[in-house]
Design a protein around this ligand. Structure first.
Ligand code: G3H
Length: 542
């Protein structure tokens, strides 16, 4: 493809502003990992972390910036992390799983306070490692801190509810949610911090012990937080490792020591991992996988609103979100004006470096992503679609968004998740075509409906609500608010995440029960009054 250097300008080293520079901490995070309460520096091989952001040399050549180096742990180190987590779990008798809820809350609150202090380090690393804009990187960090705070409040509420004894059919019972064991948390590269912590934090606070294997890109952004983890949680309660997935994760799964797999990524990898467990019935899985969320623009839709929401919904973080709008269905009667407006809106988006104000399009971290996207577009064009917006598309790690129209079922873009800046638009005549699309899709996460016709929207809501898990009316697909359930059907997800749902995912209800005889009542009351048990207790936290 012809190189068009006007698509984006990569800076020279001295054009990187001080407010985005990593120079002050260069080398500081290299090779770190956390095992058994100790932040270690790996003395084995390291992987270079190359940024999607390139640097222009004096001779005009460009090359991805070197951000730092991550530990390429070997199998023995991975096993050591699982062993540390298993020891800390100790069949539920370790200091962390057997701690009082108030103590676990105190540890998590302390960690959240310590985390806040690392904001700028994490934000800068997110900009360089995955090309996230400063605004979005700050949002990811702040949302994670808020999620942790909300989780703490939800645990308090859960504890208040569980502190009551229940009486039924002549029995007295106390029911509490108990931890499950060792949790392997694996987040994705597009939200390396947030989507790792939305499983790690609830898993940990419920009393499980955790091994976190960091994502392909974005691992360094976790490094500034390791010291705080070591300081706030007992040895082995949380372990953070990095390296090649097959080398590091395979042995953890085959060890049989993992009780819960919390994985956000592709169904292909999720299937490999779950099949590696020697006792699959003992493995609980919580996953967030692919999606092909459509938007439907009805004949009476407010076109400006639909264009605004579809642009942002399809292209926030360059379309690299599982919740992104990945196919737009527009009614034939308004297809031409909609596509013209959408193309103009997308052409108006500013491309640049993650730290530049007002930028929304940035370079992509996945190697060869431009070629993958170009192949999807070429497939559609070869079958009759057109690219309706401006100009040449790709330069190095940058791919300018393409609006592809009209996309038909014969084209790969109609079915496959592009996870990047390509916006396929299909034409429909009858709402039943949308229903048919969802029936045939492998995915079932969300859909957006744009319009005001009560009858059509009611029809689509009822036709689709049992095929996806969230229907967005006149707004783009999204995960938040984080108190709303986030899940999917088919190959899109297993389990539900939200502040409160996640606490359920990482725990199981245990009951202590006895017949309500005078002797048993006295026995239970004595145990409660003496505060000899953490489980049999009426203490609660405000
Ligand atoms: O990549 C999937 C994320 O969970 C999306 O979250 O809708 O807040 O961007 P978001």
């Amino acid at each position: 493809m012809e190189i068009d250097r006007t698509l984006i300008k990569f800076p020279s080293a001295n054009e990187v502003p001080e407010a985005a520079s990593l120079d002050a901490d260069r080398g500081r995070w290299d090779g770190l990992y956390l095992v058994d309460g100790e932040v270690k520096r790996w003395d084995g091989p390291l992987d270079d972390v190359r940024s999607p952001v390139c640097i222009t040399a004096a001779d005009g050549t460009i090359a991805p910036a070197l951000v730092g180096r991550t530990a390429k742990l070997d199998e023995a180190a991975a096993r050591a992390a699982v062993t540390a987590a298993s020891r800390a779990w100790d069949h539920g008798r370790g200091p962390w799983p057997s701690a009082r809820v108030a103590d676990r809350i105190a540890a998590m609150s302390k960690f959240n306070d310590r985390m806040r202090k690392e904001r700028e380090h994490v934000v800068r690393l997110l900009m360089w490692e995955i090309g996230k804009t400063r605004k979005d990187a700050e949002t990811e960090f702040d949302r994670t801190v808020q999620y942790t705070q909300d989780t703490i409040e939800a645990v308090k509420e859960l504890d208040r509810t569980s502190s009551r004894f229940q009486l039924a059919e002549g029995f007295i019972g106390q029911i509490r949610r108990s931890p499950l064991g060792v949790v392997l948390c694996m987040g994705p590269f597009n939200y390396p911090l947030n989507e790792t912590y939305t499983t790690l934090v609830p898993a940990l606070i419920m009393g499980n012990t955790v091994v976190s294997k960091l994502p392909r890109f974005g691992a360094l952004s976790h490094m500034p937080l390791l010291a705080a983890m070591a300081e706030c949680f007992p040895p082995g309660a949380v372990n953070v490792v990095n390296g090649d997935g097959a080398t590091v994760v395979g042995p953890m799964m085959t060890s049989g020591a993992i009780d819960v797999l919390a994985f956000i990524g592709t169904s292909r990898v999720a299937n490999i991992l779950t099949r590696q467990h020697p006792k699959p019935n003992r493995l609980r899985t919580v996953t967030g996988l692919e999606a092909k969320n459509p938007a439907v623009v009805l004949p009476d839709a407010d076109l400006d609103l639909a264009v605004r929401e579809c642009t942002s919904g399809a292209l926030s973080f360059n379309g690299q979100r599982c919740t992104a709008i990945k196919l737009v269905f527009v009614h034939r009667s308004i297809a031409e004006p909609f596509v013209a407006k959408l193309s103009a809106a997308i052409d108006a988006l500013r491309a640049g470096m993650p730290w530049e104000p007002g930028v929304s399009l940035t370079p992509l971290p996945e190697p060869n992503k431009s070629a993958t996207l170009a192949a999807l577009v070429e497939d559609a064009v070869s079958k009759g679609a057109k690219v309706t917006n401006a100009g040449d598309r790709s330069f190095a790690t940058f791919y300018r968004p393409a609006v592809v129209y009209p996309v038909t079922p014969a084209m790969r873009l109609y079915h496959e998740e592009q996870f990047g800046p390509v916006v396929p638009v299909a034409v429909y005549d009858d709402e039943r075509e949308i229903d048919a699309f969802m029936r045939e899709s492998n995915y079932g996460q969300q859909i957006s409906l744009f319009g005001n016709d009560r009858g059509r929207i009611a029809f689509l809501v009822d036709a689709l609500v049992n095929q996806v898990c969230r229907i967005n009316i006149n707004s783009q697909c999204r995960r938040g608010p984080d108190t709303f359930p986030f899940t999917g059907r088919k190959d899109s997800a297993e389990g539900t995440l939200s502040v409160t749902d996640a606490l359920r995912q990482f725990s199981i209800r245990s009951v202590v029960a006895c017949q309500a005889t005078d002797g048993n009542k006295e026995l239970v009351q004595d145990i409660v009054a003496s505060r000899k048990s953490a489980f049999l207790s009426t203490d609660f936290i405000l």
